[in-house]
Design a binder for this molecule. Structure first.
Ligand code: KIV
Length: 279
């Protein structure tokens, strides 16, 4: 069952057809149990390269490899039934040439069962998106703040302010015209997100880009309060699972130290009468 009540998994054309309709609900997932949790609620589940920072403690997404994306993609696949699964192409796996991108994207799809991949970049990856989509690989674009370009941007700064807005509009348009079925808009001003959403023919999925977009995505560990390294201002925490886990682990530690755990309920308490009965 998909989040929209259908009996089959959503496809890239289903997502493209939602342009201007009910908002698309998207989250990241990196593991089978989390994929199972989000599947019934989401239209799209992204195996984001944010996995490097969120699960592997990396300082940025730049060290994420194709092997990591495939491993996490396989895990997520096992937990999904209705949502469309998209896997991020990691830094260095698609920028060199359209043929490099095709080879690696085809591998990701074959190994993980993902129905689509996501590439960061606008005009600079348009030719690659055209190459992939013409060969049966559905692509989601990602413009605005593209975290793989963090060094070029000099940090995770808002993009598209003032005259820079034109660049982001050109990027989103190029991605749409190249055949992407949807595009993520990350950390850009609301007015620009609204303009892009009005002008491009594919759904825009916002993260730090306002409710003017056709849908929203968040990193699941951010919205559950599980990722504490830093907290982007555009993230709303819907739960504080990190604090809840900390309190639970602290309770366990003190009960072990005070010999209050394991208690009778957690012990096989049959009374052996002689040593020979035990062994
Ligand atoms: O890697 C990721 O999780 C992403 C989303 C935040 C859009 O690219």
């Amino acid at each position: 069952m998909s989040a929209t009540g259908g009996s089959r998994a959503l496809t890239p054309p289903d997502i493209a057809a939602r342009k201007g309709k009910a908002p698309l609900v998207c989250l990241t997932a990196y593991t089978t149990p989390v994929a199972k949790l989000v599947d019934g609620h989401c239209d799209v589940v992204l195996v984001g390269d944010s996995v490097g920072m969120v699960l592997h403690g990396m300082p940025s997404t730049l060290g994420v490899t194709l092997e990591m994306m495939i491993l996490h993609g396989k895990a997520v696949r096992r937990g999904l039934h209705g949502a469309l699964m998209i896997v991020d192409m990691p830094f260095g796996s698609y920028e060199e040439s359209p043929t490099q991108a095709f080879r690696n994207a085809a591998l990701v799809m074959a190994e993980t069962g993902a129905a689509a991949v996501k590439l960061e970049g606008g005009e600079c990856v348009a030719e690659t998106i055209r190459f992939l989509t013409a060969r049966g690989i559905p692509v989601m674009g990602h413009v605005g703040l593209t975290p793989q370009a963090v060094n070029a941007f000099g940090g995770y700064r808002i993009q598209g302010r003032g005259e820079d807005a034109e660049r982001i509009l050109r990027d989103a348009t190029a991605v749409a015209e190249a055949g992407a079925f949807a595009v993520v808009l990350e950390k850009i001003p609301e007015a620009l997100a609204r303009l892009i959403t009005e002008q491009v023919t594919i759904p825009t999925i916002g993260i730090g880009a306002s409710s003017a977009c056709d849908g929203q995505i968040l990193v699941v560990d951010d919205m559950l309060g599980l990722f504490g390294a830093f907290r982007p201002s555009f993230v709303k925490r819907y739960a504080e699972l990190g604090s809840a886990a900390d309190a639970a682990i602290a309770a366990y530690a003190s009960e072990v130290r005070e010999r209050r755990f394991p208690a009778l309920d957690h012990v096989f308490g049959d009374e052996p009468r002689t040593v020979s009965e035990v062994i």
